[in-house]
Structure formats: C-alpha cells, structure tokens
Ligand binder design. Structure first.
Ligand code: BES
Ligand code: ZN
Ligand code: ZN
Length: 512
C-alpha cells in the first residue's frame, strides 16, 4: 500500500511575526547581522537573551545554510523559532532564499510540525519580492518533500501548511504573486520526484503511461497520446524498440500536448521537451556493475521532469503550445534483448551500430526528437540522465548544457539562473559528431575511447536534431542531491529540470 506523500500548501499572512500562532517560525538572518538587526533585538528581549547567547557561544553566525533552533515562550506565539542563515549580504542571490526556505521546511517536517511560518525580515528593499515569493514557494515544496510512500511506520503529519508572513501590505502583495507561481512549480517538481523515486518493479513504462494519462486528465489544457509497441513498430521507431525489447514490460512513447486556452495568444511554433525515461537501466547485455545499480531506477528523471513541467506550464496557463515527449523503456537482459553488434534502423532512417547496450538513452531520444520534428516543433530541448562522464566532469553542482543554437543556450542559461537549477555549457560540435561515425552504419552508439563521453553523447543526439534549434540537458550529475543540496532536501530524485523548463517557457511569453 502506497502512503500519501506530504501534502504542502502555501499562503501569505499579514501578521506581526511575534503574533503569529505557529508550530515554527523561520527567520532569515544575514551573516553578522545578529547584533544589528532590530527584529533580532526584539526577539532577544522577548526570549530573555536567547539570541545573544547563540551568538556568544558561536552556535550560529548567519552563514548560508546554517541554522539554530530556539524555543518560544509566552511572549511570542510561535512554539519554535528557527534562525536560518542567509550568508553574506553582499553575495545575496534569490537562490539563497529558496535554499533557506527549503532548509526550514525540511526541519519543520522532521520536527512533525503541522505548519511553518517563513519571515523575510529586515532590509528587503533591494530584493525583488515577486522573485522572492517564487523562490520561497519552490523552496518550501523542495524542502518538505520526503519520499516515504512505502514506509509503513511513519507517524508524521501528512500535511504541512507553509505561511509567508509579513506585516506590510504592498510587500505581501508581491510576495503572494510570486508564492502562487512558485508553489505551482514546486508542486510539479515533487510530481517528477515521486515518479522517479518509485522503484523499477512499480514504475515501468506502462505504469508511467497511467500516471501521464491521469495527470493530463486532471490538468486543463493537456492531452495525452501514447504509442504502444505495435504503434512503435508501425512507425518504425527502431531506437526505442531496440532498447525496450529485452524487457517483459514493453516500451511506450508518451506524447503530452499543451494547448493554451486562448488560441490567439499562441506566439510561436510549438516547443518540444523530450525526456529520457528508462524506468530501470541494467545496462542490458553490456551489464552494469552491481554496486550502485539500484540507482538506475532514477534513469527516468528526464522523462518525469518533462511530464511535471507540462503540468506546471498548463497550470500557469502560459500562452505557448508545448509538446512533452517521453521515451519510456526498461533496459534489460533476456533472449529478446538488443545486443552489441546489432545494427538498428531508427525512426529517422539513420542506422546505428550498437557497440554498448548501456548507451541506450541516446537511442530512445533519437526517436523522440525525430518525432518532435514531425510535429513541426522548431525548438527541441531534450533532458536525460545520459552519461557518467558528465557526472565526472561537473560533480554535484551543475548539469551539462549543450546545443546547436547560441540564443537557445543563453535563454536556458537565464532560466537556469532564475530557477536555481544550475547548468554548465559544454561543447558538442562537429569534431565530436565525427567520432560517432561507424564504418558499417551511419552512427555508432559509443565513441572510440573514453574521452569526452558527455560531449560525444550530445553530438550523437544532435545528429537527430539537425534542422531544429536544439538544446540538450545531461542531468546525470543532478540525479540525486549531492553536496549542499543534502542539507535542504531528502534523498532520492530531485526532479531536476522542472524549474528550468517552466522558467524557460515563462520567459518566452514575457512572464517574470
Ligand atoms: N543512465 C546511464 C548514465 C548515468 C550514469 C546516469 C550514472 C547517472 C549516473 C547511461 O545510460 C549510461 O549507462 N551511460 C554510459 C555510456 C557509456 C556506455 C558510453 C556511461 O555513462 O557509462
Ligand atoms: Zn545505460
Ligand atoms: Zn541510462
């Protein structure tokens, strides 16, 4: 029996921070301001010198992502007060707020709070409050999320109310506008996380189809079409069929279309988001080592993030037509599996010599991207946990960004900066594509040696995207939280890409 994952809801409340009745109030504190901030002085007085003591014993100095918990008393209405570090004020970026709000909500869930109040006190005159609201909303959902569907003994509340508190109306109006947007995006990111977190025995291509259909049915503006293995064969989608044929659970291509309500508002040709959804990647006949293989249940994160981003785009009613194409397959070993040496004819007609069945993502994406072209999408963005090489290159802090169009790259960089999901631009030019040519077919699915694996994989995919403005997000580095992200959210998938995609489409329509 799957249990309900925590249900977060957000709202703004016009209140004095000392008057709000709440299980926990989180107060952002800049480094060094513990002595100078008027609010902290007031708090210190009410708590009988507790704030000064924290400072004196050097338990907390306001460093970013640090925090200290104090207990309330009869002079304030909050049961607990969490001081959350915002770091050096001169280095402040909106993302600091997103993380601080994540950290606070993670702590609130751990402490079994039913509600948590977030207070952006002090000097906020330089801060864009709509952006701050977006970030706090996104951060709240991100931090509160905990994947515990299959934990039987879990007594914590299934609901968390997050309140953004301020006592000045015009500030609250802006925060509220942002909070609504951020909550839609944050909620969608949790959808991606849950789909990816479900293990391979529960989440296989057919199960993903059911989820996609459910999501489309309950979201105004979305429609869902699915190609089963018969239709994939009819269409000669050889890439996705090859990858999926070793599994008893056959592959599916899911096509979600978002049509804006007001057709007149449509501004450009449709954008396609194409996601890799390998529900489990064993490596196939080129089997992976057992250590860490379990994490390959997350190899569907790209596809899950596409589905979730489609939900966010629709809920925000953005005036642009978007297709979400999800290539779902399970890469397994059996007597039906594809094998090294095979030559596969893909949907585009290009032939691929298979040299390693663990390089499967590029095979399914080639078909997905070619399908996007048949839908007349001029802009195509793919997203995938594609290469260990990208992880090795970038570590825990950036996903790789490649593509064939400078303008699209810079639009995605901007969306990435706004959303706090970092991307690093890497090359994938002709020289890499050259290395992916086969002597006995048009392409081969791995390069001649181990160098530049992320760039070569991107270049391979780029061959299928020719004639479009194309970008590629290799999110293998961001499959699970690493480094500082561990402080602000629980383990498992982080649904990377949902925020970037939504911000990118918002940007195309001139929204925030
Ligand atoms: N899904 C993996 C890539 C991956 C590895 C994602 C680690 C996240 C963490 C992908 O299908 C794969 O196995 N790629 C191979 C390609 C190689 C055979 C050219 C890899 O990266 O080793
Ligand atoms: Zn693989
Ligand atoms: Zn894979």
């Amino acid at each position: 029996m799957k249990r309900q994952i925590i249900n977060v809801s957000t709202a703004t409340r016009k209140m004095d921070i000392f008057q709000i009745k709440t299980d926990m109030i989180a107060i952002g504190v800049f480094e060094g301001s513990i002595n100078s901030s008027a609010v902290l002085k007031q708090l210190d007085e009410k708590l009988g010198g507790a704030v000064k003591k924290v400072y004196k014993f050097e338990d907390f100095k306001g460093k970013a992502l640090s925090s200290v918990l104090l207990y309330g008393n009869e002079k304030i209405k909050a049961n607990k007060v969490l001081l959350v570090g915002l770091g050096d004020k001169k280095k402040f970026k909106i993302d600091v707020l997103r993380r601080a709000s994540g950290l606070a909500c993670k702590r609130a869930v751990a402490d079994k709070c039913k509600n948590v109040s977030l207070a952006l006190v002090g000097d906020v005159k330089d801060i864009d409050l709509v952006e701050a609201g977006i970030a706090m909303g996104e951060g709240a959902y991100f931090g509160a999320y905990k994947y515990d569907e299959f934990v039987s003994e879990s007594s914590r509340p299934r609901r968390l109310d997050v309140w953004v508190v301020d006592n000045v109306q015009n500030r609250l109006t802006k925060l509220s506008k942002g909070l609504k947007i951020g909550s839609v995006i944050g909620d969608a990111q949790c959808i991606s996380r849950t789909l990816s977190n479900r293990p391979g025995n529960v989440m296989y291509p057919g199960a993903l189809v059911s989820e996609a259909r459910k999501l489309a049915a309950k979201t105004v503006g979305l429609t869902c079409k699915v190609f089963d293995e018969k239709q994939l064969k009819q269409k000669k989608m050889g890439g996705i069929l090859a990858v999926g044929c070793g599994s008893a659970r056959p592959p599916r291509m899911i096509v979600i279309k978002y049509s804006p309500r007001n057709a007149k508002a449509v501004k450009a040709s449709p954008v396609a988001l194409v996601g890799k959804a390998i529900t489990f990647d064993s490596g196939g006949i080129s089997i992976k080592p057992s250590a860490g293989m379990d994490c390959m249940k997350f190899d569907m994160t790209g596809g899950a993030s596409v589905l979730a981003a489609m939900a966010a785009i629709a809920r925000l009613k953005l005036p642009i037509e978007v297709y979400g194409i999800v290539c779902a397959a399970e890469n397994m070993l059996s007597s039906n599996s594809w094998r090294p040496g095979d030559i596969v004819t893909t949907y585009s007609g290009k032939t691929v010599e298979v040299l390693n069945t663990d390089a499967e993502g590029r095979m399914v994406l080639g078909d997905g991207i070619h399908y996007a072209k048949t839908l007349k999408c001029k802009t195509v963005i793919d997203i995938c946990t594609l290469t260990g090489a990208c992880f090795i290159a970038l570590g825990h802090y950036n996903a790789g960004l490649m593509g064939n169009d400078e303008k699209l790259i810079s639009q995605l960089k901007e969306a990435s900066e706004k959303s706090g999901e970092p991307l690093w631009h890497l090359p994938c030019g002709e020289e890499y594509a050259e290395e992916m040519k086969s002597k006995i077919a048009d392409l081969q699915n791995i390069g001649p040696d181990r160098w530049g694996g992320a760039c070569r994989a991107a270049a391979f995919i780029g061959e299928f995207a020719k004639g479009t403005s194309w970008a590629h997000l290799d999110i293998a580095p961001m499959m699970e939280p690493g480094g500082t992200l561990k402080k602000i959210t629980g383990p498992g998938s982080i649904g990377f890409g949902v925020r970037i995609f939504t911000r990118y489409i918002m940007g195309l329509c001139g929204r925030k």
